[in-house]
Design a protein around this ligand. Structure first.
Ligand code: MRU
Length: 370
């Protein structure tokens, strides 16, 4: 299916993410023994481009928790490198037990994006395999770094593959709506929901992207609008409560979002508000697409009811714009994600192909296809 969608010039197409979200930096010749994870601090965008160097496991945990690095695939890649950071401090005698504890610790930072545990477990498994004999710890650390790098490279390739699958759909539209940030900032590559936009733009297609601002933390306006505008894509910010009107005015021909965890039947968790957008799209007969790599699927969950939904602190609601915007002492409830039922999703665009219609059988067929 992918081949049909690749156009003659696509093979030469090189689309660079507008900024490097994360990278492994070496302090010396022993790459795995002396290195750290450098993260773009996304809490400071769009005003400042600053980086944070995570030199211990607690810093990695805190960066994920505070959304310095965020977006399911980017959290996964960060967790992969986070495991290598952790490995530098684990004593040789108890090495594998320490690596296991590090995976559990990193996994506790945020509950919804399954890419986090997927990546941490993958590096843990690599450590176990490497450490099965009497392998020196330095060598196990190197194997762990290689695995983290493989996750990073794979994520970049998956974004491009999603982009090639999605671009044809974008090219049929003049107006696209997205929610939150499932862009380059949320991955190691060109994003998931945005990947098709970057490819369509590189092919010369002209279109407008409506970015839902995404309360309470404004990932849509702070991040998506920032990265798309930087790439020369025509990005417009709307407040979340404007989407229905903009749809009714006929300005939007498709909606595309990312996902943090997709159950076996295609129910998809994504940033709070996505479910509402899917309902609006159905009401206006606008196709609603989800874009995600295979690493975002949790086939152990039969449907979305088992997806853990992160709750965030009340300050994100009461002090959203740097000052108090709700009465002192007021109670709040702040689920950070919601689950869009499969029946509202026109198709899920993955790196392995397009799932349509979204059914348990089709999810299995596409996601387990490798
Ligand atoms: O709380 P965040 O900013 O990590 O939430 C991010 C999202 O919900 C994204 O849409 C999702 O992770 C997909 S990222 C490609």
């Amino acid at each position: 299916m992918l081949d049909e969608l690749i156009m003659p010039n696509d093979a030469k197409m090189e689309i660079r993410p507008p900024v490097k979200v994360l990278e492994w930096v070496c302090d010396g010749p022993d790459e795995a023994g002396r290195g750290f994870l450098r993260l773009l601090d996304q809490t400071r965008l769009p005003n400042e481009t600053v980086f944070i160097d995570c030199r211990d496991t607690m810093m990695v945990w805190d960066a994920i928790k505070r959304l310095v690095v965020r977006g399911a695939p980017a959290i996964g890649v960060a967790a992969g490198y986070g495991m290598v950071v952790a490995a530098q401090y684990i004593p040789d005698g108890d090495f594998l037990t320490g690596v296991e504890a590090a995976a559990e610790y990193l996994e506790s930072s945020r509950p919804t994006a399954v890419n986090l545990s997927w990546a941490a477990r993958r590096v843990l498994e690599r450590a176990r395999r490497a450490g099965a004999g009497k392998t020196p710890v330095a060598e196990i650390r190197r194997a762990m770094l290689n695995e983290a790098r493989a996750i990073d490279a794979e994520d970049q390739a998956m974004c491009m593959s999603i982009g090639l699958h999605a671009a044809g759909l974008i090219q049929k539209c003049t107006g696209v709506l997205t929610h939150c940030n499932a862009g380059a900032l949320a991955t190691a590559g060109i994003g998931t929901a945005t990947a098709g936009m970057y490819v369509a733009h590189a092919r010369g297609h002209k279109f407008r992207v409506y970015c839902n601002e995404t309360r309470p933390l404004l990932q849509g306006s702070r991040l998506t609008a920032w990265e798309l505008a930087k790439a020369g894509i025509d990005a417009w910010v709307i407040c979340d409560n404007m989407a229905a009107q903009v749809m009714r005015e006929g300005r939007i021909q498709m909606v595309i979002t990312g996902a943090d965890r997709i159950a076996a039947n295609g129910d998809a968790a994504n940033k709070i508000g996505t479910y509402g957008v899917a309902i609006l799209a159905a009401r206006h007969k606008i196709p609603f697409y989800v874009a995600a790599p295979y690493s975002t699927f949790d086939l152990n969950l039969p449907d979305g009811s088992g997806i853990p939904i992160e709750e965030r602190g009340s300050e994100e609601i009461t002090h959203g714009f740097g000052r108090r915007t709700a009465p002192e002492g007021i109670k709040t409830y702040s689920p950070a994600f919601d689950v869009t039922p499969a029946e509202l999703i026109t198709a899920i665009i993955t790196d392995r192909g397009i799932i349509q219609p979204v059914t348990t059988a089709n999810v299995r067929k596409v996601v387990a296809a490798k």
